[in-house]
Design a protein around this ligand. Structure first.
Ligand SMILES: C[S@@+](CC[C@H](N)C(=O)[O-])C[C@H]1O[C@@H](n2cnc3c(N)ncnc32)[C@H](O)[C@@H]1O
Length: 185
């Protein structure tokens, strides 16, 4: 088992309420989470609930050399895994995702071009979840996308309330099968 898979499993056992799962996203799910992003023009991507950086690495593969990814994660151990990626374009935000404004200011960015999230909102208090989604919307460029990875559509109303129309795609090639919800600012 690769070390990152193992540390993610450990984190799931220790903190299932915030992690939301024992497994990290599959390649198919990581790709579905970012495949509507125009990496030719995107410079600032914000990722919420980045875990050990499995989606982050897919973003970094496609990101412009002068781009930045701010990756939010509340677990110190998983943040350490992300720091080990060692890419100067990656800013590891060891912080809760509602503090997005503070971290955009740190890199001198007005707004995020796109936001990708895998935060397990169904497991968080509703007021915190809605505050995070609202902070994401307020700090996203008009025309930017907010993509949310989930294992159910239980919190779909959070995104409909913030963004209006929400499109969904089922990703079967993941354990368990997942959804990606696509919202446009
Ligand atoms: C389902 S895991 C996804 C991990 C990884 N992105 C993936 O796709 O495999 C969700 C992650 O969100 C993190 N998380 C939970 N609440 C958070 C919050 N308020 N702010 C930032 N990260 C949070 C958890 O610690 C966990 O690592």
């Amino acid at each position: 088992m690769p070390l990152s898979t193992f540390s993610f499993l450990l984190e799931g056992i220790r903190n299932l309420r915030t992690t939301g799962t024992f497994t990290r996203s599959s390649t198919a799910l990581c790709e579905a989470a970012i495949d509507n992003i125009d990496f030719g023009t995107a410079r600032v991507i914000v990722e919420l609930g980045a875990g050990d950086g499995v989606i982050t690495e897919h973003i970094l593969k496609r990101l412009h050399p002068e781009g930045k990814v701010i990756a939010f994660e509340v677990s110190k151990d998983l943040c350490d895994d992300m720091r080990a990626i060692g890419d100067p374009r990656l800013v590891v935000a060891e912080d809760s995702a509602e503090n997005i404004r503070h971290w955009l200011d740190q890199i001198g960015a007005d707004k995020a071009d796109h936001i990708v999230s895998a935060i397990p909102f169904a497991a968080l208090p509703e007021n915190l979840g809605k505050a995070i989604v609202l902070a994401a919307k307020d700090n996203l460029q008009p025309g930017g996308c907010y993509n949310q990875v989930h294992y159910s559509l239980k919190t779909r109303a959070y995104y409909e309330e913030a963004f209006g129309k929400v499109e969904t795609r089922r990703v079967w090639a993941n354990l368990p099968p997942a959804w990606v919800l696509y919202c446009l600012r």
